[in-house]
Design a protein around this ligand. Structure first.
Ligand code: ADP
Length: 310
């Protein structure tokens, strides 16, 4: 069996709209791959195709060597899928939920018990095993959800926005758990996300924009391609200041929620120069290294608009 997921020239159109346009990438076992994109970029459509919910209509995909267009039944056996909407029964305890799901997969007796114990331990919920799911926090529920999807020891785990609705600590913990899991069980992890912090924790990232894959690589590699520094300037009159900065320094700015944004080399020097040139117009200047949002902006010319949570 091959140990990778391969997507080649995948396109998908709904009756009125193109959702995916010639998308190609590969992911290997043991790797966490994050598909990052703003709302409407096509993440869910790609997730649905890979999780066998909608058929391939153009292009191809192979999972561990099996053809997604013709070998869906085999593929489903080694696929673990975590949807955005919870699939746990809140009235049952964690362990009851896991047992019930295990039975659906034909697991029982000691094998099932042992697998449940391993997963409860791995996801740090062993001490809560006898509690009803409905009283657990969102973060814990999500961990149980993922544990459930791993009961049948899938070799490929697909997650749709797994950290959606979680606070920042729960998000970090979950990302850590996924990292451990990918390494210890050599699972191929594919997740969609619209959150930059989540994408930063992935081994490799693909960035989708309007159905096209505009970037593919390790987060640090992609950010290094932006180069230089990114500066944010706050002013009471950003429009006028933006024009003045172009005239004075020949650098164009973009207005964002965080103020005027621009890219330049040697940001610390530019920050001093710009404050010296416009001391009365500037309220604050902040500079830092590029993020994946800057990668997105450089490649598409658009701001990466995160749906902010918590
Ligand atoms: P994302 O998950 O990144 O938000 P989606 O895959 O849900 O993106 O959507 C991609 C594009 O396809 C969007 O323009 C969306 O409006 C459109 N779309 C999604 N689902 C359907 C559908 N069932 N019918 C028609 N258009 C759809």
């Amino acid at each position: 069996m091959e140990n990778r997921l391969e997507v080649e020239n995948l396109s998908y159109a709904y009756p009125e709209r193109h959702a995916l346009d010639n998308v190609s990438f590969r992911v290997s076992s043991g790797e966490i791959f994050g598909l990052l994109g703003p709302n409407g970029s096509g993440k869910t459509t790609l997730f649905k195709i890979l999780s066998t919910l909608i058929p391939i209509t153009s292009g191809s995909a192979r999972i561990l060597g099996y053809n997604l267009a013709t070998e869906v039944r085999v593929i489903r056996e080694f696929l673990g899928v975590v949807f955005q909407h919870p699939g746990l029964d809140g009235k049952l305890t964690i362990i009851e939920n896991l047992r019930h799901h295990g039975h659906l997969y034909g697991l029982s007796g000691k094998t099932l018990q042992q697998r449940i114990s391993e997963l409860l331990e791995c996801f740090g919920v062993a001490d809560r095993a006898k509690e009803r799911v409905e009283i657990l926090s969102g973060g814990l529920q999500r961990r149980v959800e993922i544990a459930k999807s791993l009961l049948h020891s899938p070799r490929v785990l697909l997650l749709d926005e797994p950290t959606s609705g979680l606070d920042i600590n729960a998000r970090q913990q979950l990302n850590d758990y996924l990292g451990v899991l990918a390494q210890t069980e050599n699972i191929l992890v594919f997740m969609t996300t619209h959150l930059l912090e989540d994408a930063e924790t992935c081994d490799r990232v693909g960035i989708l924009d309007a159905g096209r894959l505009v970037a593919l690589g390790e987060p640090d590699e992609l950010k290094a391609e932006v180069g230089g520094d990114v500066i944010f300037i706050e002013s009471t009159d950003s429009d006028t200041l933006g024009i003045a900065i172009i005239e004075e320094f020949g650098v164009s700015t973009v207005l964002t929620d965080d103020g005027l944004r621009l890219e330049c080399e040697r940001g610390h020097e530019f920050a001093q120069d710009v404050v010296a040139a416009f001391p009365d117009e500037i309220q604050s200047v902040r500079f830092g290294k590029p993020t994946l949002a800057d990668v997105f902006m450089k490649l598409t010319g658009n701001l990466f608009e995160e749906r902010k949570e918590n």
